[in-house]
Design a protein around this ligand. Structure first.
Ligand code: SAM
Length: 258
């Protein structure tokens, strides 16, 4: 993969690196996993805030430089690996942080949500941040918003302009913080994978009503009796999706496959 494809835009502004490190670890943490450490600018600020830091970098040239820079520090492990192929749960509950390559932001966040993370702070493309934190009625609200908000409380902390990076990217960035929150339990959803498949179907064609998006799966009379069937998915809260899901799948013996 080319350097550009790997998202190698290095954050150069010291005060912003400090803010990200502080957001990730306001207090010292037992374990921090950093995704994509690059030249180690954020790593250097996370090390004093963690008892152990594992930094996962895919680029072998950068790994060599990182090993030279942090090699003598017993708290630091530099892992030469693809973070998308790495089991992030293997070291136990961790704070996860990183200035994410843009192509990998969504899959890294998905991976984070599937492990026992203590807190996660990521720098992502501003548009991705808008989708992660979006609420009903916003044009950014969609499957990714529900997917994320089912397992985390998420906040957009601050924006970073292209000029803060070397070389500057073409887009604005935003730092987001995720805290684990098992909303599936609160919503009484036993099978989150199945629930998310249902949500994905509801958003299949954003401009269409729920009735239209669900017409291939449910009979007309079922949809005619369904509250909110005339609405678009983008208008529904996560609670309303959960109500619909329970109505459609739980109350019918055997349910139907989403
Ligand atoms: N953290 C550094 C900073 O803030 O200056 C660098 C961030 S740069 C946006 C993204 C980094 O992630 C690069 O060092 C790139 O090589 C690395 N990277 C890209 N894809 C990766 C992957 N799949 N697994 C691990 N690292 C990856």
């Amino acid at each position: 993969m080319s350097r550009q494809r790997l998202g190698q835009h290095f954050l150069a502004k010291s005060s912003l690196l400090d803010r990200i490190a502080h957001a990730a670890c306001p207090e010292p943490e037992p374990l921090v996993i950093e995704i994509g450490p690059g030249h180690g600018a954020l790593t250097g600020r996370l090390v004093p805030r963690s008892e152990r830091l594992v930094a996962i970098e895919i680029d072998s040239a950068l790994v060599e430089r990182l090993r030279t820079k942090f090699g003598g520090d017993p708290r630091v492990t530099i892992l030469h690996a693809d973070a998308l192929e790495t089991d992030l749960a293997q070291w136990g509950p961790a704070v996860i942080a990183g200035n994410l390559p843009y192509y990998a932001a969504t899959p890294v966040i998905e991976k984070t949500l599937s492990v026992n993370f203590l807190r996660a702070v990521f720098l992502v493309q501003k548009e991705v941040a808008a989708r992660l934190v979006a609420t009903p009625g916003s044009r950014n609200y969609g499957y990714l918003s529900i997917r994320t908000q089912l397992f985390a409380n998420i906040e957009a902390l601050f924006d970073i302009p292209p000029s803060a990076f070397r070389p500057p990217p073409k887009v604005d960035s935003t730092v987001v913080r995720l805290r684990p929150q098992n909303r599936a339990a609160e919503l009484d959803i036993q099978d989150p994978v199945r629930f998310l498949a249902f949500v994905s179907r509801c958003f299949r064609q954003k401009r269409k009503t729920l009735r239209n998006n669900l017409a291939t799966v449910f009979a007309k009379d079922v949809l005619d009796r369904l509250p909110l069937a005339g609405q678009r998915a983008e208008a529904l809260t996560i609670w309303q999706f959960a109500d619909l899901y329970r109505l459609l799948y739980h109350r019918e013996p055997g349910g139907q496959k989403p």
